[in-house]
Design a protein around this ligand. Sequence first.
Ligand code: SLL
Length: 159
Amino acid sequence: NKRVKNKRISRNIIIGSEAFTLPPPGDPARPKGIPDDHTKRWTVYVRQPQGDPDFSIWLTKVSFKIFNTYENPLRVCENPPFEVTETGWGGFTIDIRLHFSPLSGEKAQYRQHFLQLEKYGDEKQQARQEAEGCVRSEYLEVVQFNEPTEGLFDALTNE
Ligand code: SLL
């Protein structure tokens, strides 16, 4: 697996979470089977920025390690969408592992995301989060491949 010298390829991904307030226990609108102390439904995700070429060429698997009281806390997504949806009551840090196409010869890369369930920001932001019943927390991440393999270089420069 020959490498292309003096080259670096960068790709952007979005890591984030969104959390929706659940109707309280006893409310007919509350979905069945959710423990009474769970107040939110949340999703943690790795997505591509809108308009970017298909990232599944190079990003082939994403694993999310969620809080260890959940069933099967290591959630592995072998295909997009790379996301996990659960319910709960509290936020925590999620360990994320990005796995790359075998032709890249790259080791997995590690990221973290704090699952933010509570409103945050200034008054205006919090008012909007309250009105939408949704708290979103996202950031842009850069994934860099230094001296990529020829296979990865060709795949990413022909996209
Ligand atoms: C802490 N950050 O103080 C917290 C932990 C865990 C939240 C938050 C339900 C988990 C389940 C849930 O929301 N846990 O149902 O297993 O340590």
